[in-house]
Design a protein around this ligand. Structure first.
Ligand code: M6R
Length: 606
């Protein structure tokens, strides 16, 4: 949520910063801004603009402000406090325009601080909470920027990732973090600070993650942090985070779903033992044998993966499992004991609500495991152990391949926990062998993209959609609906098929289509009854069915087929057409696929 770039080193041109900022645009795109030190003028220049980074770039070109020097700081904003306009855009500065900063997070006591600073004579020009930080730093500044930052942050309540520069203490960039991700990209003759590794990847793959309450002082030739910290290698390349020939990241990422499955299972299946190898859990393997209850916590799409995991773990591993969304879990009073383990699922590993739930569980002494795609993320650092999904960088705001990675990881965990308990060798072998076949089956589903595009075009003018499913595919109904509303702005809800008659059916008519996820599984016949109920009320139906099911063609308007697999793995195939359906509908409606309105990738504020 919001993107930060800061730079100090050999490069003198702000366009380098713009280029890095573009790779963070998926984090927020309401406005963008830059401030850079001009060494000839010994001054800091500031340009900020509402709208996309293109607007900022154009404004910089038109400003005739010479860019020769650094440090520079840049920001792309997802608005929380204050409207979307030039004034509220970052960087923000102090009364004398000497200190400039960019900030991610929320200053919760900003109103109180602002009133106090106004009484002390400070002049504010924006409604943004961030502006109090620049005035606070101004208040404490006596020639040393990091000292002023340190003192200012003592007064702040809330969350922050920030980068600060001052013309009165040039040749230095100060970065600080509390509950909002920030890392340093280390390269020869240059150091970058960024809220996300994508920003630094074309410069360096060596990064250091800042921890909460840490302040880093960056100079062209070195950097200083109080604590010795490990340098982490970014595992993916800059090319992987490019669109290539695809029109949108989302389509590229859907097309990479078979690869996401391959990556998630690579080296982890032990077919002859009906077992899986999860290196990230080896340190807690013994303790996990004692666990008799699981809590799965996640937000948004990841929570639907969790919900599918609940069905898998209960049916095959025999462990009572409960799921909740991070934003609610943190306010409940979860009853846990020493035999409970909590599993946190997050693509980014930086989702504020999921992290808050994780910290609450750690506080209670509960074992915390993580499933994440982001190596070195806050979640991966704060959990006791975990499993990486290895889905590669996901740039589109709508999560697709990372979701598939989460489902696969949960299936792996099911085998892992199951085999530690009562799961028979043959059952383990069966799941492992079906998992190994999934990449090819997923490729087969993707081949139907042209047909799915036609179906999407046919229904694009409908304003409402139900998505229904049972058992393993109930969470997929929610996922399909979320994806559609997220990028096409059409109204869609995911409903458990059995719930239709309890209310949802009232809305069905000839203009209200239902997408029915109906693989040939243990609940197929029940789902057919639901199809009849909808048809009796003239509702159009698109069915996702198992190959070979010819009967269903007579009952519904359109069918998309998925290959046969084990019931517990059907969601991994059934969700692929749902992702494509959402994508092609949004394309047909001319929407901004990768950057849907009002949203951002990775929600790092509460
Ligand atoms: O990074 P996380 O997996 O923790 O993100 C959780 C949700 O914010 C995320 O899945 C969101 O719902 C997606 N935009 C859905 O496509």
């Amino acid at each position: 949520m919001c993107g930060i770039v800061g730079y100090i080193g050999k490069n003198q041109d702000i366009r380098m910063g713009i280029e890095a900022l573009r790779r963070l645009e998926y984090r927020g795109y309401d406005s963008a801004g830059a401030a850079w030190y001009n060494s000839d003028k010994k001054d800091i220049f500031l340009v900020k603009k509402a709208g996309r980074i293109d607007n900022l770039e154009k404004a910089i070109q038109e400003s005739n402000l010479v860019s020769s020097g650094n440090p520079f700081i840049l920001h792309t904003r997802w608005a929380t406090h204050g409207g979307v306009d030039d004034i509220n855009a970052h960087p923000h500065s102090d009364c004398k325009n000497e200190i400039f900063l960019v900030h991610n997070g929320i200053i919760e006591n900003y109103q109180e601080l602002k009133e106090k600073l106004i009484k002390e004579g400070h002049k504010f020009c924006s409604q943004c909470d961030t502006e109090v930080l620049s005035h606070l730093i101004e208040k404490y500044f006596q020639g040393n920027l990091e000292e002023a930052v340190r003192k200012a942050l003592k007064e702040v309540r809330g969350t922050y990732g920030l980068a600060v520069i001052s013309k009165k203490d040039p040749g230095k960039l100060v970065a600080a973090r509390l509950s909002s991700p920030l890392l340093l990209g280390i390269n020869q003759d240059e150091i970058l600070v960024a809220s996300d590794p994508s920003a630094v990847i074309t410069h360096t793959r060596q990064v250091i993650n800042l921890d909460d309450n840490e302040i880093a002082v960056l100079k062209p030739e070195n950097f200083f942090i109080l604590k010795e910290k490990p340098v982490i290698q970014i595992e993916w390349t800059a090319e992987e985070a490019q669109k290539g020939d695809y029109p949108h990241f989302m389509l590229k990422e859907i097309m990479e779903e078979p690869e996401a499955i391959e990556n998630a299972i690579r080296g982890r299946l032990i077919p002859e033992e009906g077992q899986v190898k999860l290196g990230g859990l080896s340190s807690v393997e013994k303790k996990l044998r004692e666990i008799n209850r699981l809590l799965l916590v996640a937000c948004g799409t990841a929570s639907y993966a969790a919900r599918t995991g609940e069905y898998m773990l209960e049916e095959y591993a025999g462990i009572p499992t409960e799921i909740d969304i991070g934003s609610e879990f943190r306010y409940r009073k979860p009853i846990v004991d020493k035999k409970t383990a909590a599993i946190f699922i997050s693509q980014s590993g930086e989702t504020a609500d999921t992290l808050a739930a994780l910290r609450e569980m750690k506080e209670k002494g509960t074992m915390a495991l993580g499933i994440t795609n982001a190596v070195g993320s806050t979640q991966s650092r704060e959990t006791d152990a975990g499993v990486y999904t290895r889905s590669g960088p996901e740039i589109a705001v709508a999560s697709t391949k990372a979701f598939i990675g989460q489902l696969i990881t949960l299936a792996l965990l099911t085998v892992y926990f199951g085999r530690q308990r009562d799961m028979a060798l043959v059952m383990g072998q069966r799941i492992v062998s079906e998992l190994a076949k999934l990449p090819e089956l997923a490729r087969k589903v993707l081949k139907q993209a042209p047909e799915i595009e036609k179906i999407a075009k046919k229904y694009k003018d409908c304003k409402n959609f139900w998505f229904i499913g049972r058992k393993y595919n109930y969470p997929m109904a929610m996922e399909g609906a979320l994806k559609l509303k997220e990028i096409s702005y059409l109204h869609a809800e995911g409903v458990a098929s059995g719930e239709l008659k309890h209310g949802a059916l009232a809305l069905i008519d000839e203009n209200f289509p239902t997408i029915v996820i109906s693989p040939s599984d243990s609940v197929y016949e029940k789902t057919i009854s639901n199809i009849q109920e909808i048809k009796a009320r003239k509702g159009p139906i698109i069915a996702i069915a198992t190959e070979g099911n010819e009967e269903i063609k007579n009952l519904v308007d359109d069918v998309i087929y998925i290959p046969k697999t084990l019931e517990m793995l059907t969601p991994i195939l059934s969700v692929i057409p749902l992702h494509l359906f959402a994508y092609y509908t949004a394309v047909a409606l001319g929407k901004d696929i990768d950057k849907p309105r009002n949203l951002a990738k990775s929600v790092t504020v509460e």
